[in-house]
Design a protein around this ligand. Structure first.
Ligand code: FMN
Length: 374
């Protein structure tokens, strides 16, 4: 990969504590498998927002695909199409929205992630164009009124052409502080709950709020009549010390079930998911589906369509094996009795994580002006 791509994709906010916690949190959830179940035929297909999916995960929206691969997001589209996996198209894609739609097969399901532009007329046009082109869900990002401080990214200078939406604004773009800062100046800081009714008035697509971090907001989302939420801390790129999504999932499902509201909204989760066991833990706890970002970006950047396809196949193989080992033949059989979450919200024991220990870029040691006289 190019250094700028690595810096943008791999970075998290501040000291990357939440970035690492997203992965660690899965280490605090353990399985309680069943035995002596006939597991000859295992089916891990599902539906999300009414669309069929071959797997309980989707490719989540990640901006600037061309920082990793010359063909950008269409690489993800092609692999997703081959495998019956749903792709969420980012507002800040490097490819144009229509290029990404055109790269899909007729049968493929795609969703759209929306960063709300302060110019609502622009937002309306984007949303209605997406609906016209067959997009099956509008995922509004609600955790990024300002983009987080991703210092690894900020240390690199961003030279690429900015994504379409900014160009329309015609505003000056500051390219001196990394990719994230360069592309995000148009996002509407004033977005609030009262805007939901407006979104519902301009589109018939199901609406999902992406980036919810407390169960109280999930309850509000139900009251506002949206179809779904994604429990997400934006891959550890926004508020440092946000909790992991799987931890928020447990409190969310408890609050929904206490009110009998668990079927009134679809709950999605993303962040730190690398293995099928991570996915199955989320499904057992009540998630409808799981978003995956960086693993597919790295597969795309290094091996293109073949790489993303291989990454998807690895997860499919792991799903089949682990469902057999858990004693379930389809996803509806999973429930909270399959997991032990007693230590999930204890944040005091962090297992060694060799991945982040070898990959994490430390701050450089300062050079002093004069040698010490001591
Ligand atoms: C490089 C990168 C770019 C991202 N861009 C966006 C974006 O434009 N809009 C958005 O809502 N989320 C964005 N996200 C957040 C992802 O949709 C998702 O929440 C997160 O990546 C999940 O964590 P994971 O990368 O550990 O799987 C981005 C994440 C990454 C890593």
């Amino acid at each position: 990969m190019e250094k700028a791509g690595w810096a943008y994709y791999s970075s998290g906010a501040d000291d990357e504590i939440t970035l690492r916690e997203n992965h660690h949190a899965f280490h605090r959830v353990w399985f309680r498998p069943k035995i002596l179940i006939d597991v000859t035929n295992v089916d891990f297909s599902t539906t999300m927002l009414g669309s069929k999916s071959s797997v309980p995960f989707y490719i989540t929206a990640t901006a600037l695909g061309r920082l990793g691969h010359p063909d950008g997001e269409t690489v993800l589209t092609q692999a997703a199409g081959k495998h019956g996996v749903i792709q969420m198209i980012p507002t800040l894609a490097s490819c144009s929205f229509d290029e990404i739609i055109d790269a899909a097969t007729d049968k493929q399901t795609q969703w759209m992630q929306l960063y709300v532009n302060s110019d609502r007329e622009t937002t309306k046009q984007i949303v209605q164009h997406a609906e016209k082109r067959g997009i099956k869900g509008l995922w509004i990002t609600v955790d990024a009124p300002q983009l987080g401080r991703r210092e690894k990214d900020m240390r690199s200078k961003y030279d690429e052409e900015v994504a379409d939406v900014q160009d329309e604004d015609g505003g000056e773009v500051d390219r001196s502080q990394g990719a994230a800062r360069a592309i995000s100046s148009f996002i509407d800081v004033s977005l609030s709950w009262k805007d939901i009714a407006w979104f519902k008035s301009i589109t018939k697509m199901p609406i999902v709020l992406k980036g919810v971090q407390r169960y109280e907001d999930v309850l509000l989302a139900v009251e506002h009549g949206v179809e779904g939420v994604v429990l997400s801390n934006h891959g550890g790129r926004q508020l440092e010390f946000s909790r992991s999504s799987i931890e928020v999932l447990v409190e969310t499902m408890a609050a929904l079930r206490a009110r009998g509201w668990q079927d009134r909204i679809e709950v999605y989760v993303d962040g730190g998911v690398k293995r099928a066991t991570d996915i199955l833990k989320c499904i057992a706890l009540g998630a409808k589906g799981v978003g995956i970002g960086r693993p597919f970006l790295y597969a795309m950047s290094t091996y293109g369509v073949e790489g993303v396809s291989k990454a998807i196949q690895l997860l499919k193989d792991e799903l089949e094996m682990n469902m057999r080992l858990l004693g379930v033949t389809d996803l509806t059989q999973l429930n909270p009795t399959f997991v032990d979450v007693r230590s999930l919200s204890a944040h005091n024991s962090i297992p060694a994580d060799h991945l982040s220990l070898t990959v994490y870029e430390p701050m450089t040691v300062p050079k002093f002006k004069t040698a010490s006289k001591l």
